[in-house]
Write a protein that binds this ligand. Sequence first.
Ligand SMILES: Cc1cc2nc3c(=O)[nH]c(=O)nc-3n(C[C@H](O)[C@H](O)[C@H](O)COP(=O)(O)OP(=O)(O)OC[C@H]3O[C@@H](n4cnc5c(N)ncnc54)[C@H](O)[C@@H]3O)c2cc1C
Length: 564
Amino acid sequence: MESYDVIVIGAGHNGLVCAAYLLKAGYRVLLLEKRTVPGGAATTEEVIPDQAPGFQFNLCAIDHELIHLGPVVQELELTKYGLEYLFCDPVVFCPHPNGQAFLAHRSLEQTCAEIERYSARDARKYREFMEYWQRLVSALAPIFNAPPKSLIDIAGNYDLGKIKDLVASVGSTQKALEFIRTMLTSAEDLLNEWFDSEIIKAPLARLSAEMGVPPSQKNLAIGAMMMSTRHHPGMARPKGGTGALTKALVNLVNALGGEILTDQRVKQILVDEGRAVGVRTANGTEYRVKHGVISNIDAQRLFLHCMDAADVDAADPNLRERLERRIINNNETILKIDLAMSEPLRFQHHNHQDEYLIGSVLIADSVRQVEIAHAEPAMGKIPDADPSMYVVQPTMLDPSMAPDGKHTLWIEFFAPYQIEGRQGTGLNGTGWTDDLKHQVADRVIDKLAEYAPNVKQATIARRVESPAELGERLGAFKGNYYHIDMTLEQMVFFRPLPEIANYKTPIAGLFLTGAGTHPGGSISGMPGRNCARVFLQTQQPLAQTWRDIRNSLKSTLAAVLPKS
Ligand SMILES: Cc1cc2nc3c(=O)[nH]c(=O)nc-3n(C[C@H](O)[C@H](O)[C@H](O)COP(=O)(O)OP(=O)(O)OC[C@H]3O[C@@H](n4cnc5c(N)ncnc54)[C@H](O)[C@@H]3O)c2cc1C
């Protein structure tokens, strides 16, 4: 039987990031991945090889913003392992049914100049709004990049610029109250407070709702940061697709002597006297560990599906019930459409320019349409009467992802995991069948064709993945690609539950990372890095605390001393 220092369950990008930090610290690490390829929701695959050979598709994540708010790429020197980020500019194009459009560039000035064509007031307010959010994001980034309960770590992340942004955001009673109010309100209310034109509000609402909730949901105006980060630090895609991030991490893990075994679904955590001592995979193989098991899968699946109830109850008699009843999963997930195309989309009613296709294309006609797109899935309904969607033509920025002159199209359409009234039918009883997913995809494409009529005749082949299939592929609970909902009461030291929010669990040697831990889903690598820090802290408390204090002092001194 093989023995390792650490086993990571799942080779999603967070599992890989976590493993890389532990390997760098000298631990012997094994990653066990259930799929035939590592990466989880961060892969690029040639998934229609018969009809569309040579076309590379990002099956899930495509636009990377949050990873640029943290140090993972630099600290792990991922460019040395093959990662190259291509930044998008423009970043968003949202055609409006009246023939106008919202076109956002990376530059705030250029974007305001675009908005000025419709409303001088909205252009002025847009600048103020984005500057407010940029300061706020800068002030919050140190919290994202540290375990939520590690004050020394958080303090160490503040440099002079971030301290200034913190003071500018919450440095007086008035500002602090304004911040609290902003956190308590909804994206829709906030947008109505700031802007007049639907042409600005609808795309901003659509991006805010990427948190996985309708724009009217209170306590989630923080979704507004999804637009501000596109201006700064910017929105980028790895050259070759999101899978190139995974590839760079795999190269690093291999170079450091780590092992990644694919087609290895972990079925059971082995616990001995309250301590995680290894895992058993679906094919019956057992792997033992000396120091710890780290889960890149969410807490519900880990504790409720991969552990003996008696082991969990012995460590915390309330945990299983709290995981079952307290964690919120609002039933919203994604129906994903990938097209191989002979030519790019043409927005013929909007004075088509190829630059529209560099960033994300949002089909968001109104805030109300976006509201329906997110409210209906929660009720088990498919919001396809007038579909809103997020579309990307990745090959415009990176032609290497398709044969010469050809293109791919990435379409994200929010849909329910469990369809109301179809319980017990379709895949895993969700109601999703092949026929249904194609019917829905047809309606989504019909809507896109209202804006880009050439989409149908340019399609060479298509792949549609239903929410139930996506859930199966990722092994995600109810298809939730954020592992658990990104709502305020499940963030920071509440993610996934207060008692397991600092990556540690009541089982000694069992740790949590991944999208279901702080600071949450998306491509950031932050949960992986934060978890590694907590793991190292438990292994070498004095050495790690000393390192953290030293780093903290260093950055505080750098913040207060004048630069020579
Ligand atoms: C369609 C779609 C589009 C998205 N678009 C974006 C985007 O543009 N930008 C962005 O930032 N984010 C996006 N996201 C979200 C983002 O991709 C995820 O939040 C993020 O990749 C999660 O990473 P992770 O490593 O925490 O978890 P995951 O990627 O879910 O990794 C978990 C890993 O564990 C494996 N696994 C599961 N069960 C087991 C088991 N029992 N044994 C062994 N292995 C197991 C899985 O196969 C997987 O590899 C998107 C998600 C989807 C689904």
